[in-house]
Design a protein around this ligand. Structure first.
Ligand code: ATP
Length: 299
């Protein structure tokens, strides 16, 4: 999921020291999301097909002697301990005993509290970047183990691509995905609390559950039509009732020519799969009155 965009190094007595790393933190959507039960700790047990997107925030990690400092100019993103990036950096320090510090700048493009795992992907990018910056040599699995203690979506954000997620979303099976599928996102200007959506979820109100097997098969055979036909998210039963505008956005996207539409995660962002990037740009243009729009593709 992560590309190191840029690495700035210096040499000290023949040793190459990484001073600064710039890394992408990609958004995710859920091609399917089903709630299949309750876990012993009271959490909802989910089954979902997760898909990373090209759309991303950018994190710049600069080595410093001590302390963790976060800079982000988005008004809804905390820069202290409330930031997942801060908590991931501290968890990594605690797990490894390293005493180095870091200054992290988050260039935020992803809408916040949108159902796109913005915070989780930032946290995951911080874990991957700091592993390099601090030269820790941890494996991807070790980073996932640290990440999952701070958020169930973080392991997927570390893995990237396409994956089946079970449990709370942390039990992952990588899937063959379709890269480059054109996607339009419409993010209406309302924040949705993931916890509140799950709290209000009532399985009895679900009339249609996504066919995850059919989605996996469609992805494996590169069948875009099959992907579109099998999109499904049971959390729509909660969030669309709270915010009927989301249903209107879905209708408007389809009327504008989208092949298929679905709310991502607990919402409120709606994504549309389109025939091409050009068609996606035209569709996005027609939805600008509904909120922030993005034209992107699967990664
Ligand atoms: P998910 O899809 O995992 O539910 P989301 O996209 O709905 O996530 P986020 O963008 O992660 O939601 O934001 C949820 C909350 O997390 C926000 O209220 C925000 O203040 C807080 N937060 C903490 N760290 C970050 C971060 N690095 N980026 C964005 N939000 C963050």
């Amino acid at each position: 999921m992560f590309e190191l965009c840029w690495v700035n190094t210096k040499t000290n007595k023949g040793e190459v020291i990484i001073m600064e790393i710039t890394i992408k933190a990609r958004a995710k959507i859920n091609l399917t999301l089903d709630v299949v039960g309750r876990l012993p700790d009271g959490y909802h047990e989910v089954e979902m097909v997760m898909q990373a997107l090209e759309l991303h925030d950018t994190l710049t990690l600069r080595s410093q002697e001590e302390g963790i400092a976060i800079a982000c100019d988005h008004p809804q993103v905390p820069t202290g301990e409330g930031n997942l990036v801060y908590r991931c950096a501290r968890a990594l320090q605690q797990a490894t005993g390293i005493d180095r510090g870091v200054h992290i700048t988050i260039d935020k493009r992803l809408p916040v509290a949108a159902g796109l795992a913005g915070g989780s992907s930032n946290g995951a990018a911080a874990l991957i970047g700091l592993n390099k910056l601090w030269n820790l040599g941890l494996t991807r699995e070790q980073l996932m183990e640290i990440g999952v203690t701070l958020g169930a979506d973080i392991p997927f954000c570390i893995l990237g691509g396409t994956a089946l997620a079970k449990g709370k979303g942390e039990k992952l099976t990588p899937l063959q995905g379709i890269k480059g599928l054109p996607v339009v996102l419409v993010n209406p200007p309302m924040g949705v609390s993931t916890a509140e959506v799950y709290k209000n979820f009532d399985g009895a109100k679900v009339s249609h559950r996504p066919n995850i097997r059919a989605m996996i098969d469609a992805l494996a055979s590169g069948d875009c039509r099959g992907v579109v036909d099998n999109l499904g998210n049971v959390l729509e039963t909660v969030t669309l009732e709270m915010h009927p505008e989301i249903a209107i956005i879905k209708v408007e996207l389809l009327a504008a020519g989208a092949l298929g539409v679905l709310m991502s995660g607990s919402g409120p962002t709606v994504f549309a799969i389109t025939t091409s990037q050009e068609e996606g740009a035209k569709i996005a243009q027609r939805l600008t009155h509904r909120g922030a729009v993005f034209v992107t593709s699967t990664s």
